[in-house]
Design a protein around this ligand. Sequence first.
Ligand code: ADP
Ligand code: ZN
Length: 748
Amino acid sequence: MTATPRFARVALPVPLGQAFTYLIDPLFEGRPGARVLVELGRRKILGVLIETDCAAPEHVPLDKIKPILQLIDPVPILNDELRTFLQELARYYIAPLGEVLRLALPAMERTTAEQLEKELGKKVKAVGRSLQVAQLRPDIDVATLEFPRGKSRQLVEFLVAHGPTEVSKLSAVFPTARALCKKLSDRLVVEIINKDQELDPFFKGSIQRDVPPVLNAAQASAVQAIVQAMNSDQSEQFLLDGVTASGKTEVYLHAAEQALALDRGVILLVPEIALTPQLVNRFRARLGDVIAVLHSALTERARLATWQDLRSGRLKVVVGARSALFAPVHRLGLICVDEEHDASYKQEEGVRYNARDMALLRAHRAGAPCVVGSATPSLSSEAAIQQGRMQRLVLPSRAHQTAQLPTVELIDLTRFGPGPTGDPLLSLPLHRALEATLASKDQAILFLNRRGFAPSLVCSSCGEIALCPHCSVALTLHRERGARLVCHYCEFQTKPPERCASCGGTRLLEEGTGTERVEALLAEAFPHARIARLDRDVAAGKKSEAIIERVRKREVDILVGTQMVTKGHDLPGVTLVGVLNADAALSLPDFRAAERTFHLLVQVAGRAGRADKPGRVLIQTRSIHHPAIVCAQKHDVRTFIAHEMLARKEVEYPPFVHVALVRFDGPDESTVAREARRVAGLVSEHTQVEVLGPAPAPLARLRNRYRYRFLLRAKERSALRQVLLVVARAPNHHQVRRTLDVDPQSML
Ligand code: ADP
Ligand code: ZN
């Protein structure tokens, strides 16, 4: 008599479907969240068990269903909390489950079967090195383990008692430690880890514990509300609404301390650009060595080690940019999202998720409070508050008694011409303000969201603009390290031409101003000033920290830069901030252009006068009556939000409706257009979902691929979802790539 076959559903890292059905051997006793080895076609690949007790699939003959070949983890690598969250995320974004699971597994845990075998081999071979540490695999329940007996058992018990231990130290207790470790690691009871966390730049040197400041009344009541939710295991949502430097970070720190006291784990998300050693040190100084930092410079091994330490609960707090939301934090008790309005929380490739939105979901499912904080809250938060889903916690003023908000002046570029440099973006009032700042030995920051020397090269006879041959955008002229034209979208580069490609004219004008040109003009105008520039061309990653450090040490008088200068830095010597062109962001073809501009201006303005000297902000614009600009001048977040909410309501855009973008791109324009029309046609009949488009994207060609899209708009999310499922299931033209973007952040 044969036993009735049992089926399991396995998520695989392929861009199809949700999960695949396999036969599962009851002896595997695998639990959801464990990795398994299976065959897909002829390939052996790793997947994650999603369900172990499912019904036989309806449309597949039983003899076609393959068995699971091997169980990799006796103990699930994803716990139930994280696994079900990922499943919901996949559902929400209509993203392939296997790809979503990859977000939560470091590369070494999602390698192919062959690589895994090699990895396991390497781990065992590497046991001889001194930096090797042995630890029990996470969540192993020693009491119920049958396998290890004798010496192995003693070694396991030693690890239970002492925690992770260097293999060389184990050898002192167990003469055959190396062999035992190898055996136990083959049997997946113990894991051998390379400790190269010491190499992590964020953890250089030890750190002094700091003394927490006494919270002011507003901070204290904010912390109290959060802690109350934590104590009652409620997943309340909070908006921490406070101007820059009002002490929001202190609130996160105090709430995190309380979570630790309850033996709960914490996730703190920060925008990509804000993840600096300075911030991390502030957290380490307060919370000690239970902190993990996830950042892009980690080696795969270090990332894996961090992951394992979080999973086992040895590390309890994780700080990182958006992907840290997927950290396997043990007993999750609190999620904080700093600068929640920041666009970098949205991942714009692969699985297009928004970490701010998903933080709310994960916290909700984990029964943990979620705090999103900002000086310029997003309209989503505002809507959530109005609907009673979110509670507002206000920090009304700056934490330092002496630190006042800076005065903000608007400079109407239609009235003021250029100052002595002759460049329209360095107006006379700005020039004078720079002189005054230099005279009083203070520092200035100038912000311009355009890198390079000149944004375009234009023929003076026929007006032709030098374009990227692969994209529908103008090439930017760069002067540094030799003159060249660069595409900021695809990195194409070429020498500036001698003649216009269209009419052969020889007078080519360098139109517009980028950060490089500003730097050059200032150097000429203020020969004694120390000038530095901060943008992607001079500083990738760590170098930008070094430049900021020079500003902090007062080795720089004027810092010119792009977005990189706007965020998070605490620079007490800066008293003047100039926004050279506030209109650039306003004119983007995006319904969030005003909101983005407002956020940007308030954030930049927040860089001025943080310590005891008053700050001054000059905003240059040609639209001095635009609400985003007027409200930024007055630091009037409420009026701006009220105004923008009305505007969105009128044109029916989020947060009043739900939208999704369906994008198409491919090498042949007419095929792409036809495919976009065909797919749009499939859903155009739906009564509750409006289809806007299809039309060419604002960036109509990128890397030689033509781009079309249509927007779906619905009052009810469920209706939007229905239509998206139709789109997702529609067969695809082989020459056209189709992507779904639910709650898009960028309309380009
Ligand atoms: P935010 O996160 O809102 O920008 P921070 O938490 O970074 O604000 O606080 C700004 C500055 O004020 C920091 O230098 C911080 O140490 C200080 N600070 C915050 N709260 C207090 C407090 N209650 N007493 C004294 N200083 C404080
Ligand atoms: Zn290009």
